[in-house]
Design a binder for this molecule. Structure first.
Ligand code: SAM
Ligand code: SF4
Length: 346
């Protein structure tokens, strides 16, 4: 990563990226690998087919593309995957991107399953990461082993504790799964809040084939979810927004709030400011649509002339769709896309 060169763009101050619905793109989700050390049942099958390694961009290439987005107005990058911390030398990428903080980039963060976080938390903090999203659907060891198909809850909790110790602000993300973690959610939220963590609950989305797992059956919509939480907690709706898709509920008993990301119940795409870049250089403008653009070929075409890359990025952004088409209302996973979340980057 020391050999990294900034992308030389034809225009020294490129215009910001604005899509056909006048949404300015300021947020890049950067998937650095589609591989993972867990096999969460709602995310991927046990025998997952991963991308051939030769198709995957080098860390330097991922960095170069990120610079291109920062130059065009992206202020926040979330490194994700697959599991980002299983990618070899990933800290080098964090260090390189961290040097862009205060120079166009305002926030560098990641989403992780935390199995390796204990080893990385200090390095990430030193690289400039201030916040981390940790995906945790249960604190019950047996349930965790069943849900992720790996018996590693202690490592995850160790990772979360290390992040806190390193001074990182932790947000726990939980996919709310009917019949799986519904009874535990109030306790999980109480734990997060007692640790000083933020907490967001997410509806399960129809992303990729699972080979038999039933997402529609596990889907737990906002209304039911709220009713379930209301058995334990006094809830009030909050009006404020933080720029993303989450809506917030205040919990009287903990004195804190939780976020709800409910793309199936509501479509909040009108304010979407993000795009997703996969580890092979496909740019997806929407998690829930198939349209994408190949940035790897133009990136590799001529390292000294980025005209093609500039054109490819602009053309892709112009095609950003209005929103996703997910819909379970007919008890089928309508709007399902073929890619798993681990491919597009969660
Ligand atoms: N491996 C990392 C992790 O789990 O945090 C990062 C990638 S993972 C794909 C990102 C997020 O996507 C996780 O919070 C996971 O729970 C969520 N996710 C995966 N498949 C999903 C689905 N079908 N519906 C909703 N969320 C999903
Ligand atoms: Fe891996 Fe994250 Fe998918 Fe779980 S949700 S299998 S941790 S990529």
């Amino acid at each position: 990563m020391n050999r990294v060169r900034d992308i030389i763009m034809p225009d020294p101050k490129p215009a910001p990226l604005v899509d056909g619905f006048q949404r300015q793109i300021k947020y890049l989700r950067l998937s650095v690998t589609d591989r993972c050390d867990l096999r969460c049942t709602y995310c991927m099958p046990e025998r997952m087919t991963f991308l051939p390694r030769k198709e995957v961009l080098s860390l330097e290439e991922l960095y170069q593309l990120s610079l291109g987005f920062i130059a065009r107005g992206v202020t926040k990058i979330r490194v994700t995957g697959g599991e980002p911390l299983v990618r070899r030398d990933i800290v080098d990428l964090f260090r390189a991107l961290g040097r862009k903080l205060g120079h166009g980039l305002e926030e560098l963060t990641l989403t992780t399953n935390a199995t390796q976080l204990a080893s990385y938390a200090d390095d990430l903090a030193r690289a400039g990461v201030r916040r981390v999203n940790v995906s945790l659907d249960t604190r019950d060891p047996a349930k965790f082993a069943a849900l992720s198909r790996r018996d590693v809850l202690p490592k995850v909790l160790e990772g979360v504790a290390a992040a806190k110790e390193a001074g990182l602000k932790v947000k726990i993300n939980t996919v709310a799964l009917k019949g799986v973690n519904e009874a535990e959610l109030p306790d999980l939220i109480a734990w997060s809040h007692s640790e000083g963590f933020d907490h967001t609950l997410i509806e399960v989305m129809p992303l990729g084939e699972l080979g038999g797992e039933d997402r529609v059956g596990q889907y737990w919509g906002r209304k039911d979810l709220k009713a379930q939480l209301a058995k334990t907690y006094t809830l009030s709706e909050l009006a404020h927004r933080t720029g993303g898709p989450a809506r917030y509920l205040r919990i009287e008993e903990t004195g804190q709030q939780i976020g709800l990301i409910t793309p199936l119940t509501h479509n909040f795409c009108e304010s979407c400011n993000r795009v997703r870049l996969t580890c092979t250089g496909e740019l997806f403008m929407c998690l829930g649509q198939e349209d994408n653009a190949d940035l790897r070929s133009p990136l590799r075409a001529d390292p000294n002339d980025n005209t093609q890359l500039e054109e490819a990025i602009r053309a892709a952004i112009r095609l950003k769709p209005k929103g996703h088409d997910f819909d379970y209302s007919r008890q089928t996973a309508d709007g399902q896309v073929s890619r798993h979340m681990s491919h597009t980057g969660g």
